[in-house]
Design a binder for this molecule. Structure first.
Ligand code: C5P
Length: 410
Protein backbone atom coordinates (compact mmCIF):
# COMPACT_ATOMS: atom_id res chain seq x y z
CA UNK A 1 0.00 0.00 0.00
CA UNK A 2 2.91 2.40 0.34
CA UNK A 3 3.09 5.07 -2.29
CA UNK A 4 -0.64 5.85 -2.04
CA UNK A 5 -1.58 9.43 -1.37
CA UNK A 6 -4.75 11.22 -0.28
CA UNK A 7 -5.68 14.85 -0.63
CA UNK A 8 -7.19 15.65 2.76
CA UNK A 9 -9.49 18.66 2.87
CA UNK A 10 -9.95 19.83 6.45
CA UNK A 11 -13.18 21.79 6.93
CA UNK A 12 -14.06 24.18 9.71
CA UNK A 13 -15.73 22.22 12.47
CA UNK A 14 -15.01 21.38 16.07
CA UNK A 15 -14.01 17.86 14.93
CA UNK A 16 -11.21 19.24 12.74
CA UNK A 17 -8.68 18.22 15.37
CA UNK A 18 -9.56 14.58 14.69
CA UNK A 19 -8.24 14.98 11.14
CA UNK A 20 -4.77 15.08 12.74
CA UNK A 21 -5.35 11.56 14.03
CA UNK A 22 -6.53 10.51 10.57
CA UNK A 23 -3.26 11.81 9.07
CA UNK A 24 -1.27 9.92 11.72
CA UNK A 25 -3.15 6.64 11.25
CA UNK A 26 -2.86 6.85 7.46
CA UNK A 27 0.87 7.50 7.74
CA UNK A 28 1.16 4.37 9.92
CA UNK A 29 -0.37 2.43 7.03
CA UNK A 30 2.00 3.96 4.51
CA UNK A 31 -0.49 6.44 3.04
CA UNK A 32 0.71 10.04 2.66
CA UNK A 33 -1.65 12.98 3.19
CA UNK A 34 -1.39 16.26 1.33
CA UNK A 35 -3.63 18.70 3.15
CA UNK A 36 -5.86 21.59 2.22
CA UNK A 37 -7.01 23.64 5.18
CA UNK A 38 -10.08 25.80 4.61
CA UNK A 39 -10.17 29.27 6.11
CA UNK A 40 -12.66 28.02 8.75
CA UNK A 41 -10.60 24.86 9.28
CA UNK A 42 -7.61 27.02 10.17
CA UNK A 43 -9.65 28.44 13.05
CA UNK A 44 -9.69 24.98 14.64
CA UNK A 45 -6.29 23.48 13.78
CA UNK A 46 -3.12 25.31 12.89
CA UNK A 47 -1.32 24.88 9.56
CA UNK A 48 1.78 24.12 11.61
CA UNK A 49 0.27 21.01 13.28
CA UNK A 50 -1.07 19.78 9.96
CA UNK A 51 2.26 20.35 8.23
CA UNK A 52 4.18 18.64 11.02
CA UNK A 53 2.01 15.52 10.94
CA UNK A 54 1.67 15.28 7.16
CA UNK A 55 5.34 16.20 6.67
CA UNK A 56 4.31 18.30 3.73
CA UNK A 57 3.37 21.85 2.96
CA UNK A 58 -0.21 22.74 3.86
CA UNK A 59 -2.30 24.35 1.19
CA UNK A 60 -4.56 27.23 2.19
CA UNK A 61 -6.08 30.13 0.36
CA UNK A 62 -3.18 32.19 1.58
CA UNK A 63 -0.94 30.71 -1.09
CA UNK A 64 -1.03 32.33 -4.46
CA UNK A 65 -2.28 29.67 -6.84
CA UNK A 66 -1.14 31.58 -9.86
CA UNK A 67 2.43 31.55 -8.65
CA UNK A 68 4.44 29.24 -10.87
CA UNK A 69 6.19 27.85 -7.84
CA UNK A 70 2.92 26.73 -6.25
CA UNK A 71 0.94 23.67 -7.21
CA UNK A 72 -2.25 24.80 -8.97
CA UNK A 73 -5.65 23.58 -7.83
CA UNK A 74 -6.04 21.28 -10.82
CA UNK A 75 -2.76 19.54 -10.21
CA UNK A 76 -3.36 19.47 -6.47
CA UNK A 77 -6.71 17.76 -6.91
CA UNK A 78 -5.25 15.15 -9.23
CA UNK A 79 -1.98 14.46 -7.49
CA UNK A 80 -3.71 12.11 -5.03
CA UNK A 81 -5.32 8.68 -5.40
CA UNK A 82 -8.30 9.73 -3.29
CA UNK A 83 -9.78 12.99 -2.00
CA UNK A 84 -11.01 12.90 1.60
CA UNK A 85 -13.06 15.68 3.19
CA UNK A 86 -12.73 15.48 6.97
CA UNK A 87 -14.62 16.97 8.64
CA UNK A 88 -17.18 17.55 5.89
CA UNK A 89 -19.20 20.43 7.31
CA UNK A 90 -22.78 21.24 6.24
CA UNK A 91 -21.33 24.20 4.34
CA UNK A 92 -18.72 22.18 2.44
CA UNK A 93 -21.29 19.50 1.64
CA UNK A 94 -23.71 22.14 0.33
CA UNK A 95 -21.05 23.83 -1.78
CA UNK A 96 -19.82 20.55 -3.23
CA UNK A 97 -23.39 19.44 -4.00
CA UNK A 98 -24.03 22.70 -5.84
CA UNK A 99 -20.68 22.63 -7.63
CA UNK A 100 -19.51 25.92 -6.16
CA UNK A 101 -15.83 26.70 -6.37
CA UNK A 102 -15.05 29.84 -4.44
CA UNK A 103 -12.03 28.74 -2.43
CA UNK A 104 -9.18 26.27 -2.75
CA UNK A 105 -11.06 23.34 -1.12
CA UNK A 106 -14.19 23.60 -3.26
CA UNK A 107 -12.16 24.32 -6.39
CA UNK A 108 -10.13 21.17 -5.79
CA UNK A 109 -13.33 19.18 -5.27
CA UNK A 110 -14.77 20.44 -8.54
CA UNK A 111 -11.56 19.89 -10.46
CA UNK A 112 -10.73 16.39 -9.26
CA UNK A 113 -11.05 13.26 -11.34
CA UNK A 114 -10.38 11.00 -8.33
CA UNK A 115 -12.86 9.24 -5.98
CA UNK A 116 -14.09 11.42 -3.13
CA UNK A 117 -14.89 10.35 0.45
CA UNK A 118 -16.68 12.67 2.86
CA UNK A 119 -16.75 12.21 6.64
CA UNK A 120 -19.55 14.48 7.85
CA UNK A 121 -19.55 16.31 11.15
CA UNK A 122 -22.15 18.81 12.27
CA UNK A 123 -24.88 19.53 14.75
CA UNK A 124 -27.65 16.89 14.74
CA UNK A 125 -30.28 19.35 13.47
CA UNK A 126 -28.02 20.54 10.70
CA UNK A 127 -27.45 16.92 9.64
CA UNK A 128 -31.19 16.14 9.78
CA UNK A 129 -32.17 19.30 7.90
CA UNK A 130 -33.84 18.53 4.56
CA UNK A 131 -31.33 20.80 2.79
CA UNK A 132 -28.35 18.77 4.09
CA UNK A 133 -30.08 15.47 3.36
CA UNK A 134 -30.88 16.72 -0.17
CA UNK A 135 -27.23 17.74 -0.64
CA UNK A 136 -25.98 14.38 0.65
CA UNK A 137 -28.34 12.55 -1.73
CA UNK A 138 -27.03 14.70 -4.59
CA UNK A 139 -23.41 13.94 -3.71
CA UNK A 140 -24.14 10.21 -3.52
CA UNK A 141 -25.86 10.44 -6.91
CA UNK A 142 -22.72 12.19 -8.21
CA UNK A 143 -20.63 9.22 -7.06
CA UNK A 144 -19.23 10.71 -3.85
CA UNK A 145 -18.99 8.37 -0.86
CA UNK A 146 -20.62 10.01 2.13
CA UNK A 147 -20.08 8.12 5.40
CA UNK A 148 -22.85 7.93 7.99
CA UNK A 149 -21.96 10.18 10.91
CA UNK A 150 -21.65 8.63 14.35
CA UNK A 151 -24.35 9.05 16.94
CA UNK A 152 -23.78 10.32 20.45
CA UNK A 153 -23.34 13.40 22.64
CA UNK A 154 -22.15 16.41 20.65
CA UNK A 155 -19.86 19.31 21.50
CA UNK A 156 -22.93 21.58 21.36
CA UNK A 157 -24.62 19.58 24.14
CA UNK A 158 -27.17 17.82 21.94
CA UNK A 159 -27.40 14.13 21.17
CA UNK A 160 -27.90 12.26 17.91
CA UNK A 161 -26.31 11.54 14.53
CA UNK A 162 -23.82 14.16 13.37
CA UNK A 163 -20.55 13.31 15.12
CA UNK A 164 -17.52 12.75 12.93
CA UNK A 165 -17.03 8.99 12.42
CA UNK A 166 -14.16 7.78 14.59
CA UNK A 167 -10.74 8.23 12.89
CA UNK A 168 -10.27 4.42 12.79
CA UNK A 169 -13.51 4.07 10.82
CA UNK A 170 -12.52 6.84 8.40
CA UNK A 171 -9.11 5.28 7.88
CA UNK A 172 -10.70 1.86 7.31
CA UNK A 173 -12.93 3.40 4.67
CA UNK A 174 -9.96 5.13 3.02
CA UNK A 175 -8.03 1.85 2.95
CA UNK A 176 -11.02 0.02 1.46
CA UNK A 177 -11.40 2.68 -1.23
CA UNK A 178 -7.70 2.67 -2.04
CA UNK A 179 -7.84 -1.09 -2.28
CA UNK A 180 -10.89 -1.13 -4.54
CA UNK A 181 -8.86 -0.69 -7.67
CA UNK A 182 -6.27 -3.25 -6.74
CA UNK A 183 -5.87 -6.56 -5.08
CA UNK A 184 -6.92 -6.73 -1.46
CA UNK A 185 -4.25 -8.39 0.59
CA UNK A 186 -5.14 -9.87 3.93
CA UNK A 187 -5.46 -13.10 5.85
CA UNK A 188 -9.01 -13.64 4.57
CA UNK A 189 -8.15 -13.12 0.94
CA UNK A 190 -9.86 -15.74 -1.19
CA UNK A 191 -12.62 -16.43 1.36
CA UNK A 192 -16.22 -15.42 0.89
CA UNK A 193 -18.22 -14.07 3.84
CA UNK A 194 -21.97 -13.46 4.01
CA UNK A 195 -23.13 -11.07 6.73
CA UNK A 196 -26.73 -10.22 7.64
CA UNK A 197 -27.48 -6.93 9.36
CA UNK A 198 -30.25 -4.65 10.53
CA UNK A 199 -33.87 -5.39 11.39
CA UNK A 200 -36.45 -6.98 9.16
CA UNK A 201 -39.83 -5.45 8.46
CA UNK A 202 -42.87 -7.67 8.38
CA UNK A 203 -45.88 -6.06 6.69
CA UNK A 204 -49.20 -5.84 8.54
CA UNK A 205 -50.90 -3.95 5.72
CA UNK A 206 -49.57 -1.70 2.92
CA UNK A 207 -48.54 1.04 5.38
CA UNK A 208 -47.69 -0.74 8.65
CA UNK A 209 -45.10 -3.28 9.73
CA UNK A 210 -43.63 -5.14 12.69
CA UNK A 211 -39.95 -4.47 13.34
CA UNK A 212 -37.37 -3.71 16.06
CA UNK A 213 -34.78 -1.13 17.11
CA UNK A 214 -31.75 -2.69 15.41
CA UNK A 215 -29.64 0.04 13.72
CA UNK A 216 -27.57 -2.37 11.63
CA UNK A 217 -24.34 -0.75 12.82
CA UNK A 218 -22.71 -3.85 14.30
CA UNK A 219 -23.37 -5.91 11.16
CA UNK A 220 -22.10 -3.16 8.85
CA UNK A 221 -18.95 -2.85 10.93
CA UNK A 222 -18.36 -6.61 10.75
CA UNK A 223 -18.83 -6.56 6.97
CA UNK A 224 -16.29 -3.71 6.75
CA UNK A 225 -13.82 -5.44 9.09
CA UNK A 226 -13.95 -8.73 7.13
CA UNK A 227 -13.42 -6.79 3.91
CA UNK A 228 -10.40 -5.04 5.44
CA UNK A 229 -8.87 -8.46 6.07
CA UNK A 230 -9.35 -9.31 2.41
CA UNK A 231 -12.58 -11.34 2.39
CA UNK A 232 -15.08 -11.11 -0.46
CA UNK A 233 -18.03 -9.81 1.57
CA UNK A 234 -21.76 -9.96 0.78
CA UNK A 235 -23.91 -7.87 3.10
CA UNK A 236 -27.60 -8.77 3.24
CA UNK A 237 -29.29 -5.90 5.01
CA UNK A 238 -32.70 -5.00 6.30
CA UNK A 239 -33.72 -1.32 6.22
CA UNK A 240 -31.15 0.92 7.96
CA UNK A 241 -30.04 4.55 7.78
CA UNK A 242 -26.38 3.59 7.24
CA UNK A 243 -24.07 3.92 4.27
CA UNK A 244 -22.79 0.46 3.33
CA UNK A 245 -19.01 0.06 3.64
CA UNK A 246 -16.91 0.48 0.52
CA UNK A 247 -15.99 -2.62 -1.42
CA UNK A 248 -18.80 -4.78 -0.01
CA UNK A 249 -21.57 -6.21 -2.21
CA UNK A 250 -24.94 -5.25 -0.78
CA UNK A 251 -28.37 -6.86 -1.11
CA UNK A 252 -31.15 -4.81 0.48
CA UNK A 253 -34.17 -6.74 1.74
CA UNK A 254 -37.17 -6.05 3.95
CA UNK A 255 -38.67 -9.26 5.29
CA UNK A 256 -37.14 -12.33 6.94
CA UNK A 257 -38.20 -14.48 4.01
CA UNK A 258 -36.47 -12.14 1.57
CA UNK A 259 -33.39 -12.16 3.80
CA UNK A 260 -33.29 -15.97 3.75
CA UNK A 261 -33.56 -16.05 -0.07
CA UNK A 262 -30.79 -13.45 -0.41
CA UNK A 263 -28.50 -15.38 1.96
CA UNK A 264 -29.19 -18.62 0.09
CA UNK A 265 -28.45 -16.90 -3.21
CA UNK A 266 -25.04 -15.88 -1.81
CA UNK A 267 -24.12 -19.46 -0.87
CA UNK A 268 -21.71 -21.20 -1.03
CA UNK A 269 -19.67 -19.12 1.39
CA UNK A 270 -16.82 -19.87 3.78
CA UNK A 271 -18.07 -17.63 6.57
CA UNK A 272 -21.62 -16.72 7.63
CA UNK A 273 -22.12 -14.05 10.29
CA UNK A 274 -25.75 -13.66 11.24
CA UNK A 275 -26.00 -10.28 12.92
CA UNK A 276 -29.46 -9.28 11.72
CA UNK A 277 -32.22 -8.87 14.28
CA UNK A 278 -34.65 -10.98 12.29
CA UNK A 279 -38.26 -10.57 13.38
CA UNK A 280 -39.34 -13.85 14.96
CA UNK A 281 -42.91 -13.53 13.76
CA UNK A 282 -44.74 -12.05 10.81
CA UNK A 283 -48.42 -11.35 10.30
CA UNK A 284 -49.90 -14.52 8.82
CA UNK A 285 -51.69 -12.70 6.05
CA UNK A 286 -50.80 -9.06 5.50
CA UNK A 287 -53.94 -7.12 4.55
CA UNK A 288 -54.07 -5.98 0.94
CA UNK A 289 -55.63 -2.67 1.92
CA UNK A 290 -55.02 -0.40 4.91
CA UNK A 291 -56.73 -1.71 8.06
CA UNK A 292 -59.38 0.59 9.49
CA UNK A 293 -60.10 1.32 13.14
CA UNK A 294 -62.98 -0.80 14.35
CA UNK A 295 -64.23 2.01 16.56
CA UNK A 296 -64.53 4.20 13.46
CA UNK A 297 -66.91 1.70 11.98
CA UNK A 298 -68.90 1.23 15.13
CA UNK A 299 -69.13 4.87 16.10
CA UNK A 300 -66.82 7.00 18.19
CA UNK A 301 -66.00 6.29 21.79
CA UNK A 302 -66.06 2.52 21.82
CA UNK A 303 -62.55 1.18 22.22
CA UNK A 304 -62.04 -1.99 20.25
CA UNK A 305 -58.99 -4.25 20.17
CA UNK A 306 -57.59 -5.88 17.10
CA UNK A 307 -55.92 -9.28 17.02
CA UNK A 308 -52.91 -9.90 14.81
CA UNK A 309 -52.51 -13.45 13.67
CA UNK A 310 -48.75 -14.14 13.69
CA UNK A 311 -46.72 -17.01 12.27
CA UNK A 312 -43.07 -17.83 12.93
CA UNK A 313 -40.45 -16.64 10.48
CA UNK A 314 -37.81 -19.00 9.11
CA UNK A 315 -34.75 -19.10 11.38
CA UNK A 316 -32.04 -18.15 8.90
CA UNK A 317 -29.13 -18.95 11.22
CA UNK A 318 -30.52 -22.40 12.05
CA UNK A 319 -31.31 -23.23 8.44
CA UNK A 320 -27.86 -22.24 7.17
CA UNK A 321 -26.21 -24.12 10.08
CA UNK A 322 -28.19 -27.25 9.16
CA UNK A 323 -27.16 -27.24 5.51
CA UNK A 324 -25.80 -30.60 4.47
CA UNK A 325 -24.34 -29.35 1.23
CA UNK A 326 -22.24 -26.19 1.15
CA UNK A 327 -22.43 -25.44 4.87
CA UNK A 328 -20.12 -22.47 5.53
CA UNK A 329 -17.02 -23.58 7.43
CA UNK A 330 -17.56 -21.03 10.17
CA UNK A 331 -20.99 -19.81 11.26
CA UNK A 332 -21.29 -17.04 13.83
CA UNK A 333 -24.63 -16.16 15.40
CA UNK A 334 -25.58 -13.29 17.66
CA UNK A 335 -27.63 -13.49 20.81
CA UNK A 336 -29.30 -10.40 22.19
CA UNK A 337 -30.22 -11.22 25.77
CA UNK A 338 -31.62 -9.24 28.64
CA UNK A 339 -30.84 -11.75 31.40
CA UNK A 340 -28.67 -14.80 32.11
CA UNK A 341 -26.59 -13.86 29.08
CA UNK A 342 -23.98 -16.59 29.33
CA UNK A 343 -26.31 -19.52 29.97
CA UNK A 344 -28.78 -18.42 27.31
CA UNK A 345 -25.99 -17.95 24.77
CA UNK A 346 -24.54 -21.40 25.42
CA UNK A 347 -28.00 -22.91 24.98
CA UNK A 348 -28.44 -20.95 21.76
CA UNK A 349 -25.15 -22.25 20.36
CA UNK A 350 -26.49 -25.79 20.66
CA UNK A 351 -30.01 -24.98 19.52
CA UNK A 352 -28.97 -23.07 16.41
CA UNK A 353 -26.18 -25.46 15.43
CA UNK A 354 -23.76 -22.62 14.71
CA UNK A 355 -20.05 -22.57 15.67
CA UNK A 356 -19.76 -19.36 17.70
CA UNK A 357 -22.22 -17.08 19.40
CA UNK A 358 -21.50 -13.44 20.13
CA UNK A 359 -23.77 -12.62 23.02
CA UNK A 360 -24.65 -9.16 24.21
CA UNK A 361 -26.77 -7.79 26.97
CA UNK A 362 -29.32 -5.49 25.34
CA UNK A 363 -31.05 -4.49 28.55
CA UNK A 364 -29.06 -1.19 28.44
CA UNK A 365 -28.24 1.16 25.56
CA UNK A 366 -26.61 -1.32 23.17
CA UNK A 367 -29.38 -1.61 20.61
CA UNK A 368 -29.11 1.39 18.31
CA UNK A 369 -26.06 2.71 20.26
CA UNK A 370 -22.39 3.04 19.32
CA UNK A 371 -20.84 0.72 21.94
CA UNK A 372 -21.17 -2.96 22.69
CA UNK A 373 -20.11 -5.33 25.43
CA UNK A 374 -20.02 -8.92 24.31
CA UNK A 375 -19.19 -12.48 25.21
CA UNK A 376 -17.65 -14.83 22.67
CA UNK A 377 -19.19 -18.23 23.28
CA UNK A 378 -17.54 -21.23 21.64
CA UNK A 379 -17.55 -24.95 22.33
CA UNK A 380 -14.11 -24.54 23.95
CA UNK A 381 -15.22 -21.84 26.37
CA UNK A 382 -16.46 -18.34 26.98
CA UNK A 383 -14.53 -15.08 26.68
CA UNK A 384 -15.81 -11.84 28.13
CA UNK A 385 -14.66 -8.75 26.20
CA UNK A 386 -14.63 -5.30 27.80
CA UNK A 387 -17.02 -2.61 26.61
CA UNK A 388 -15.74 -1.06 23.36
CA UNK A 389 -17.06 0.57 20.22
CA UNK A 390 -19.02 -1.59 17.77
CA UNK A 391 -16.26 -0.90 15.28
CA UNK A 392 -13.63 -2.36 17.66
CA UNK A 393 -15.86 -5.36 18.41
CA UNK A 394 -16.10 -5.93 14.65
CA UNK A 395 -12.33 -5.71 14.17
CA UNK A 396 -11.77 -8.24 16.94
CA UNK A 397 -14.36 -10.65 15.60
CA UNK A 398 -12.86 -10.42 12.10
CA UNK A 399 -9.38 -11.05 13.53
CA UNK A 400 -10.65 -14.09 15.40
CA UNK A 401 -12.24 -15.41 12.22
CA UNK A 402 -8.96 -14.88 10.35
CA UNK A 403 -7.09 -16.75 13.10
CA UNK A 404 -9.56 -19.66 12.85
CA UNK A 405 -9.02 -19.85 9.10
CA UNK A 406 -5.27 -19.75 9.41
CA UNK A 407 -5.10 -22.27 12.23
CA UNK A 408 -3.51 -25.42 10.77
CA UNK A 409 -5.66 -27.52 13.13
CA UNK A 410 -8.86 -25.63 12.26
O1 C5P B 1 -33.18 -16.89 18.72
P1 C5P B 1 -32.63 -15.54 18.58
O2 C5P B 1 -33.48 -14.63 17.70
O3 C5P B 1 -32.23 -14.84 19.83
O4 C5P B 1 -31.25 -15.79 17.79
C1 C5P B 1 -30.44 -14.76 17.40
C2 C5P B 1 -29.57 -15.19 16.25
O5 C5P B 1 -30.32 -15.92 15.30
C3 C5P B 1 -28.98 -14.03 15.48
O6 C5P B 1 -27.72 -14.43 14.96
C4 C5P B 1 -29.97 -13.81 14.37
O7 C5P B 1 -29.38 -13.17 13.25
C5 C5P B 1 -30.42 -15.23 14.08
N1 C5P B 1 -31.82 -15.36 13.64
C6 C5P B 1 -32.09 -15.71 12.33
N2 C5P B 1 -33.37 -15.88 11.91
C7 C5P B 1 -34.40 -15.71 12.77
C8 C5P B 1 -34.15 -15.34 14.11
C9 C5P B 1 -32.84 -15.18 14.49
O8 C5P B 1 -31.15 -15.87 11.54
N3 C5P B 1 -35.64 -15.88 12.34
Amino acid sequence: MTGKRVLLIIGGGIAAYKSLEVIRLLAKRGVASRCVLTRAGAEFVTPLSVAALSQDKVYTDLFSLTDEAEMGHIELSRSADLVVVCPATADLIAKAAAGLANDLATTALLATDKPVLMAPSMNVRMWAHPATQRNVAQLIADGVRVMSPDEGPMACGEFGPGRLPEPERIVAEVMAMLNDDGVVLGPLRGFRAVVTAGPTREPIDPVRYLSNHSSGRQGYEIAAALHRLGADVRLVTGPTALTPPAGVTVRAVETAEQMLSAVEADMPADIFVSVAAVADWRPAEPAATKLKLKSEKRGAGKAAGVALDLVENPDILKLISARKKDRPRLIVGFAAETDDVEANAAAKLARKGCDWIIANDVSGDVMGGMDNEVLLVRAEGVERWPRMSKSDVATRIAERIAEAFNDPEG
